[in-house]
Write a protein that binds this ligand. Structure first.
Ligand SMILES: [Zn+2]
Length: 182
């Protein structure tokens, strides 16, 4: 490995990334962030409930099938803690980290980003629903009916490259930021 350029250093929590990559060859992107609304749910121990369906089937799918929990609040700044965290996320694409943040792991940077945006959206809706009244989970029948739409996001694509459905959704977010990628 070459010398680290002056003024640059690896983040202290680099072990979140290295240990997930080591454990999961199918993962080409690991994102870690500290979104306040999601962290509020880890602090209060309130569940992020499946409150909506067609509004955003992808984030519904994440909360139903793809969301792990890591109950410790410290910095993941050693290989040992990285392995402990990697075991907690397991084969899932997203993990809540108590009093800390979230990590997502997926096939491409775009997919890992969409997973993070989905967790944040569902947490935000849960938060606002609790301010407004009593949140109601969607029915079991509707969860089953939405399953095909939930699966679509990760289908297809070369390893490390976004699938068609991921690329389409990603373009939408790029446009929101003013960046065009036609
Ligand atoms: Zn962190």
């Amino acid at each position: 490995m070459g010398a680290v350029p002056k003024g640059l250093r690896a983040p202290s929590e680099v072990f979140i990334h290295t240990e997930i990559y080591r454990a999961r060859p199918e993962v080409n992107a690991v994102l870690h962030m500290h979104p306040p609304t999601v962290v509020l749910f880890t602090i209060t121990n309130l569940p992020i409930l499946p409150l909506y369906g067609a509004y955003d089937p992808q984030s519904l799918g994440i909360v139903l099938n793809d969301l792990a929990n890591f109950d410790r609040s410290l910095l993941i700044n050693t290989p040992e803690l990285g392995r402990e965290f990697s075991a907690a996320i397991g084969r899932k694409r997203a993990c809540l980290m108590r009093g800390h943040g979230i990590t997502t792991a997926a096939d491409s940077i775009e997919e890992a980003s969409l997973v993070a945006l989905g967790v944040n959206e569902l947490a935000t809706m849960n938060y606002q629903a609790r301010l407004l009244g009593t949140p109601r989970e969607i029915s079991e029948d509707d969860r089953i009916a939405l399953a095909p739409a939930v699966k679509r996001l990760s289908a297809g694509g070369q390893p490390g490259e976004p699938s068609e459905s991921v690329a389409t959704e990603w373009r939408y977010y790029c446009r929101l930021t003013g960046e065009r990628r036609d």
